[in-house]
Design a protein around this ligand. Structure first.
Ligand SMILES: [Mn+2]
Length: 279
């Protein structure tokens, strides 16, 4: 099932592309009222018992092996812990989880040649890490199985939020079929179209944007800051590229934003920004 509803009586902290930035994730959650105990478990108390966490996909890859290991372990144990009484931790599937899953399960539809092996090493470094660590691989496979392509929060007829990892055309949003699921997980490749602006690559985004409060919030596009045009919001603020890890907080019919700067506990990646909504 790829469409799941988030109960509107709770508050949601939705975190963009983590990519192994575990120190920043912990800080961001602490900034949002969660405390960590000596076992690395997020504590539920009066300050946060109404809060839930949503990771918006791409929590793996790009980071160091050490930080990626810590990230998977942290998410795994807190997913179990926070969801014990009621569901408080949700995972959205990103294209990186999807590709790593396909590599480590020897997906028959994945063509293995020099180029895909080079991509595996270059872009999907978690795959090799999982292939040499059976325990970590098992944790990842569980997390993958618990992920969904889309979540929706519906407050009333005037306010709702749809969450996916990648931006996509509205006709695919919250649809439960293989094609729609693919579109919600990954949008058109930027690396294959290096000269094009994001707005030219994804013209539907600004074209379909509307001035109402039925938001579509996504990550994936690695921006220098949160980008919003009407009801379309990108919250991937490039933590692993040395910038910030951001979240959006949904409470009733309000959106708020928060962020933590990259802490320099691992090597940062480098990229040239391709700015979204650059008009
Ligand atoms: Mn992505």
């Amino acid at each position: 099932m790829s469409l799941m509803l988030l109960p509107p009586e709770n508050e949601y902290v939705i975190v963009g592309d983590v990519h192994g930035c575990i120190d920043e994730l912990k800080m961001l959650l602490q900034q949002q009222g969660f405390t960590l105990n000596e076992h690395g478990l997020l504590q539920i108390d009066a300050n946060n018992e109404h809060k839930s966490i949503v990771l918006l996909g791409d929590f793996i890859d790009k980071g160091s092996d050490e930080k990626l290991t810590e990230t998977i372990e942290f998410i795994y144990k807190n997913y179990q812990h926070l969801n014990r009484q009621r569901k408080r931790f949700y995972l959205v599937e990103g294209n990186h989880e999807n590709m790593v899953y396909r590599y480590i399960t020897n997906d028959k539809t994945l063509i293995i040649n020099e180029k895909t092996l080079r991509n595996k090493a270059k872009y999907y470094n978690t795959a090799a890490l999982l292939e040499k660590n059976a325990h970590l691989k098992k944790l990842f496979l569980d997390l993958y199985a618990w992920s969904d392509a889309c979540y929706q929060y519906k407050y009333d007829e005037n306010f709702s939020v749809t969450l996916t990892h990648a931006p996509c055309e509205e006709k695919y949003l919250a649809q439960d079929n293989t094609e729609a699921r693919k579109k919600m997980i990954k949008s058109i490749s930027r690396s294959k179209n290096p000269k094009m602006s994001l707005d030219a690559l994804m013209p539907y985004l600004s074209k379909e944007a509307k001035r109402h409060e039925h938001y579509h919030i996504f990550g994936h596009l690695s921006q220098a800051n949160i980008r919003q045009y009407k009801n379309k919001i990108c919250i991937d603020t490039s933590a692993i590229y040395g910038n910030e890890l951001s979240c959006v907080i949904i409470k009733n019919n309000q959106l708020n934003f928060d962020a933590v700067a990259f802490q320099g506990k691992q090597e940062k990646g480098s990229q040239t920004y391709n700015k979204l909504f650059d008009f």
